[in-house]
Design a protein around this ligand. Structure first.
Ligand SMILES: CCCCCCCCCCCCCCCCCCCCCCC/C=C/C(=O)SCCNC(=O)CCNC(=O)[C@H](O)C(C)(C)COP(=O)(O)OP(=O)(O)OC[C@H]1O[C@@H](n2cnc3c(N)ncnc32)[C@H](O)[C@@H]1OP(=O)(O)O
Ligand code: FAD
Length: 705
């Protein structure tokens, strides 16, 4: 048997090897008929479901945005899941980098074909609009890591839609949506990611040939990071400094062909490749890209916001200078939904596992309790469920705000863009940061088994922690929000009207201290007062520093720590507020028990953050120690109240096992059986003795090395 396993790798291609080998791995270990690998579902989970006192599908419908949307989602999921094999026979994480990428492309094409042939015929193009989150969610049944097509749909297509003229859209969009071309978004360079005005790639207009010459003048100007750039894309959006008639007009987006449409070879003047192994995104072929005086037609500049005429004249069309940054704003809005979804997955895995896992003794001699019965475990987990709700509802609200501002801008009104930029920046920063921290908390809550890749928690973490950096780093985006807040504070101080999300400043500038009351509305008001207090302190620091002779820029820079904290506090208050209002609105017609459990989760979230920020409450409001003690007591009562419904609450996220892809989180709770099944898929188990024994271990042990 060992000989059969050992010889196989040499005789087959890597993919064929893995596909073949996965069929007889149990045979190799002679445990294919192991009676212990039972098929029955876990009894503890069944009991948890029996004790849940609310209608699970009611909450599913609320989170989906209505019963019709749940039906639509389930229809799309069932089409995708019943077509072909979505999951790998061999776990993708056990493949080498090349095989992993090739496998990701195979699955991306399979999924794309299913969507094109069957889902689009059912839903029309709507699936690419309001249903794109369903498409994104269903994709996880195919990919544990990232599809190399993510940037095509997530940024290439949206940039054409947002930055192209109607003519450009009608030329490029049909080709892109039909996957005749595949593109990505190459903005970041080796030398600059955050400071995009400092990008070094140039696009110099040549009126003689009516072309732009794209050039990478030095190593630091090489594009770096774009997903799907290394091997997959044949086109990309390149963001470059535009030069015409001897003058630089700043950064602009261009559509650039980088590979031959037939042979896929890089075109002359293009240097493209993959950037090497990363902490996550390992199937996304993130790439580098350099140009040597590479020419593209004039009309490949995306010209909705500004144009270069045939003779080289630069014409500014847009009424706001930052509209070129539009794709980033769009993706920041999408990311809030993205991380809410990933946090919900992690919470589902950790809560189900905690109901199955038994450990230690609460009382000597008694049976080991389910770990979910430890209050410390509830403290780790229930805030994850609540945060997933808070972010999901905030993301829906942000999407509505985004759509309204977009509609205004179509009519030429950019008045609300600064507020949208401030909101999308801080919500992106906080949602990604909170989700990454809480997914890691879920992993820790699963002990050793959480460290297994087969739990899916490490992959979820590696993906979500990247969202805190890309599309605008956490600190940098909070500083953008802080700019808006400081200006708003100054407006409120001078008695001028301010925009809705900062209207709390009008009351706070007067200098009153808010008296704590433990109601939901009271906690939210206190959170706004904390934000106002921090903004006020930042303003005072900046003014003091300027009075002492510092220039505004230096005073701002020296106050950076306070400014980030102020923007964080503002955003936390907004999330608390939106989460509360949306919960009340969405459960207005719900059954009483659904109302109760949604309210409990909401109160848990509010109390959690009040307790996390006691120092701020004591400093910026009239909260007393007794108030904090009663808040702590209320928090602990909420943990106990939510406990019987915890499994029901994660079931309400309604993830099919194929999407969850976790040994610890499957619906039937067969945790130990799945862990063993996955262990047996390890390539190291394909042979009873590894060849390194003969090559190294044996000689070492026998003193013959
Ligand atoms: C057919 C089906 C097939 C299926 C196949 C399978 C596929 C499966 C998947 C299905 C998918 C479905 C799609 C779902 C997609 C969901 C998620 C998408 C995920 C995408 C992955 C993305 C990966 C990563 C990409 C990137 O990272 S791209 C690079 C991003 N880079 C950044 O974000 C850089 C950050 N830096 C900046 O934004 C700016 O430089 C800065 C804002 C920090 C500073 O800019 P600048 O220096 O110019 O400005 P100032 O600081 O001086 O400010 C001047 C004033 O301008 C205002 N300002 C700044 N920015 C904006 C803005 N954006 N809008 C408005 N105003 C802005 C400032 O506020 C200042 O104003 P003031 O002067 O009044 O104060
Ligand atoms: C997985 C992944 C995928 C990506 N995909 C793409 C893609 O498809 N296309 C693309 O174009 N890019 C992509 N990126 C790049 C990404 O957008 C940048 O990495 C991100 O914007 C951060 O920029 P940076 O790397 O230059 O960080 P830096 O700006 O160098 O940040 C380093 C540190 O400096 C701090 N810092 C920087 N500026 C300031 C400031 N003004 N004030 C205070 N602190 C500051 C930051 O807070 C951070 O702590 C991707 C990145 C990752 C990790």
């Amino acid at each position: 048997m060992g000989t059969r396993c050992e010889g196989l790798r040499d005789s087959l291609s890597p993919i064929a090897y893995y596909e073949e080998y996965s069929h007889f791995r149990l045979d190799c270990l002679k445990i294919d008929d192991n009676k212990e690998l039972s098929m029955s579902a876990n009894e503890d989970l069944a009991k948890e479901r029996a004790r849940c006192d609310f209608n699970v599908s009611e909450i599913t419908n609320i989170l989906d945005g209505g019963i019709e949307r749940t039906k639509q989602r389930k229809k799309i999921e069932s089409i995708a899941l019943s077509n072909g094999k979505c999951c790998d026979v061999t776990p993708e994480e056990t493949l080498g980098p090349k095989e992993r990428y090739e496998n990701a492309i195979r699955k991306s094409c399979l999924y794309t074909k299913i969507v094109k042939d069957q889902v689009l015929t059912l839903t029309g193009l709507e699936v690419l609009g309001s249903n794109s989150s369903v498409l994104r969610r269903t994709a996880d049944a195919f990919f544990k890591d990232i599809s190399p097509f993510l940037l095509h749909l997530g940024m290439f297509v949206p940039t054409i839609m947002g930055q192209g003229t109607p003519e450009q859209q009608s030329y490029w969009l049909p080709r892109a949506l039909d996957f005749q071309i595949i593109g990505t978004y190459a903005q970041t360079e080796l030398g600059h990611g955050t400071f995009i005005r400092g990008l070094e790639t140039t696009a110099t207009y040549d009126p003689d040939t009516e072309e732009f010459v794209i050039h990478s003048p030095r190593l630091t100007s090489y594009k770096w990071w774009a997903g799907g750039l290394g091997k997959t894309s044949n086109y990309c959006i390149v963001v470059a400094q535009l030069y015409t008639q001897g003058k630089c007009y700043g950064i602009h987006p261009f559509i650039v062909q980088i590979r031959d449409e037939d042979t896929h070879m890089p075109l002359p003047g293009v240097r493209v490749g993959e950037i090497g192994p990363r902490m996550g995104f390992n199937t996304a072929d993130n790439g580098f890209l350099g140009f040597d005086h590479y020419r593209i037609p004039r009309n490949h500049m995306l010209m909705k916001n500004s144009q270069v005429l045939k003779d080289g004249t630069y014409v500014k069309v847009a009424s706001h200078s930052k509209l070129t940054y539009g794709t980033m704003v769009f993706v920041r809005v999408m990311l809030v939904n993205e991380v809410a979804f990933n946090l919900a997955k992690a919470a589902t895995i950790a809560v189900r596992y905690s109901a199955v896992r038994r450990q230690s003794e609460k009382i000597s001699g008694e049976p080991e309790p389910q770990i979910i019965d430890y209050v410390t475990q509830q403290h780790k987990l229930f805030v994850c469920i609540a945060t997933a709700h808070a972010l999901q509802l905030s993301s829906n609200w942000l999407w509505k705000t985004f759509s309204a501002v977009l509609a205004d801008m179509r009519g030429g009104n950019t008045e609300n863009l600064p507020e949208l930029h401030a909101l999308s920046s801080c919500l992106k920063a906080l949602s990604t940061s909170d989700s990454a921290a809480l997914i890691e908390q879920c992993r820790l809550a699963c002990g050793g088994h959480g460290y297994m890749l087969s739990s899916n928690l490490p992959l979820l973490y590696s993906f979500v922690t990247a969202t805190r950096t890309y599309e605008g780093d956490y600190t940098v985006l909070l500083l953008q929000t802080a700019r808006f807040l400081i200006k708003a504070w100054e407006q409120a101080e001078s008695g001028n009207p301010v925009t809705p999300t900062v209207s709390y400043m009008e009351e706070a500038v007067v200098g009153n201290k808010y008296k704590w009351n433990g109601s939901a509305e009271g906690i939210i008001k206190a959170a706004y007062y904390v934000a106002a207090g921090k903004i006020s302190s930042s303003v005072t620091s900046i003014r003091k520093r300027m009075k002492n002779g510092k220039a505004f820029e230096d005073a701002w820079e020296l106050t950076g720590v306070q400014l980030v904290a102020a923007a964080e506090a503002h955003c936390r208050a907004v999330i608390c507020d939106v989460y509360r209002k949306e919960t009340v609105r969405l459960t207005a017609n719900s059954s009483p028990n659904v109302k109760t459990v949604m309210d409990q989760l909401n109160m848990l979230y509010l109390s959690h953050w009040a307790l996390e920020r006691t120092g701020d409450l004591l400093r910026y409001t009239s909260t007393t120690e007794d108030d904090i003690i009663s808040c702590q007591q209320r928090y602990e009562e909420l943990l106990a109240a939510i406990r019987p419904n915890a499994v029901g609450l994660v079931d309400a996220f309604d993830f099919p096992d194929e999407i969850l892809q976790s040994t610890l989180g499957a619906y039937d709770g067969r945790v130990y059986e799945r862990l063993m099944e996955e262990a047996l898929k390890s390539p190291l188990n394909a042979e009873p003795v590894n060849r390194s024994f003969h090559q190294y271990l044996k000689p070492l042990m026998q003193g013959k090395l």
